[in-house]
Design a protein around this ligand. Structure first.
Ligand code: PMV
Length: 332
């Protein structure tokens, strides 16, 4: 059994400290087209299956780090001081403690999220990725993206994918220490691809993805079919990306998301992230598709629906979903 600290020590053993006045980084949020669902090692956040995501361009977290003028760590989220008693603060500081070279270095961390926190839009992914990259910048460690991906993974699994823009694949790896479980960039530019976010609610969900996935693995009988399904879906999605086959991409991503939710629903207590508005959006997408509009959806551990479509259908999609937040993952 390896601890997080063992992994950090292995990564930092050849890095010197080169403290800067300020460290900063931006990391995009990401949405999985083939989901990470289930851990084979809870301490290190090692996944049961490999996954694949698309980063959300300018939507994400920007983080700045300086030395604190006080004798304690301070965190500000969107200009508001984070309560040191909160889970958010504890998780961030536990993570920083793994990486910080000396306890005398108290930090002031400023984070700005351009996405609602904890609403199923993966703010923890961009948050931990930006924090990892900003710590690397501040301490001057000069780590590779692979190493930063391994570190970010230990903060939040999906954060390992937010180190990159565009399409990103997280290889589950097989080493016990998880040093081979990191994400890598898939060099395909698909500029016509669009993601529309149907924001059903910006409220925090009651069951976080960490507890949700553990509960599913422990109690769902359907879960045993998940690893094989995820592996098959991943192959199809990679193929669809290489060929720019939108129908195959959308169909596979939608089925993958629904299969993940089926495992949640078949655990106990059944885990239902969907709200009535989520289901209404799904029906609407299916209706429009039946009428010939090529659009598909995916949903993470939350109620918000993400619609996949292509640039040429933007106007029709906008008419149907007037409040849709449209993301261009590859910029304009
Ligand atoms: O990284 P976590 O612990 O927030 O888990 C993410 C889980 C899903 O969003 C449902 C799937 C994924 O691959 O992002």
């Amino acid at each position: 059994m390896f601890t997080k600290k063992d992994v950090v020590n292995a990564i930092l053993k050849n890095s010197d400290l080169n403290l800067k006045e300020m460290g900063s980084a931006f990391a995009p949020s990401n949405i999985a087209l083939c989901k990470y669902w289930g851990k084979r090692d809870k301490e290190l956040n090692l996944p049961v299956n490999s996954s694949l995501s698309i980063s959300l361009g300018e939507l994400g977290s920007a983080t700045e780090i300086k030395l604190s003028e006080n004798h304690f760590d301070e965190i500000f989220l969107n200009n508001e001081r984070v309560d040191p008693e909160s889970l958010f603060y504890r998780r961030a500081i536990d993570f920083i403690n793994l990486i910080r070279p000396s306890n005398d270095l108290n930090l002031k961390i400023l984070t700005f999220n351009s996405i609602p926190t904890a609403a199923g839009l993966a703010s923890s992914a961009s948050g931990f990725a930006a924090l990892t990259m900003a710590l690397n910048d501040f301490f001057g460690f000069n780590l590779s993206k692979e190493d930063m991906s391994v570190l970010a993974r230990m903060g939040s699994g999906s954060a390992c994918r937010s180190i990159y823009n565009g399409f990103v694949k997280w290889n589950k790896g097989s080493n016990e220490n998880g040093l081979d479980s990191y994400a890598e960039f898939i060099p395909v530019l698909w500029s016509a691809l669009r993601i529309g976010i149907v924001e059903v609610t910006a409220e925090s969900k009651k069951v976080g993805s960490r507890n949700g996935m553990n509960q599913t693995v422990e109690t769902s009988r359907l879960y045993k079919s998940w690893p094989k399904q995820a592996a098959d879906d991943l192959d199809k999605i990679e193929h669809a990306i290489r060929e720019k086959d939108f129908q195959l991409l959308g169909k596979t991503a939608e089925q993958n998301a629904c299969s993940m939710h089926a495992t949640m629903l078949s655990g106990f207590p059944p885990l239902i992230y969907w709200l009535p508005e989520t289901v209404a959006a799904i029906h609407k997408i299916h209706q429009l598709r039946a009428e010939g509009l090529p659009l598909y959806f995916t949903i993470d551990a939350g109620p918000n629906v993400k619609i996949l479509f292509e640039e040429q259908n933007t106007n029709v999609v906008k008419e149907q979903f007037p409040k849709l937040k449209i993301v261009k993952p590859f910029g304009s």
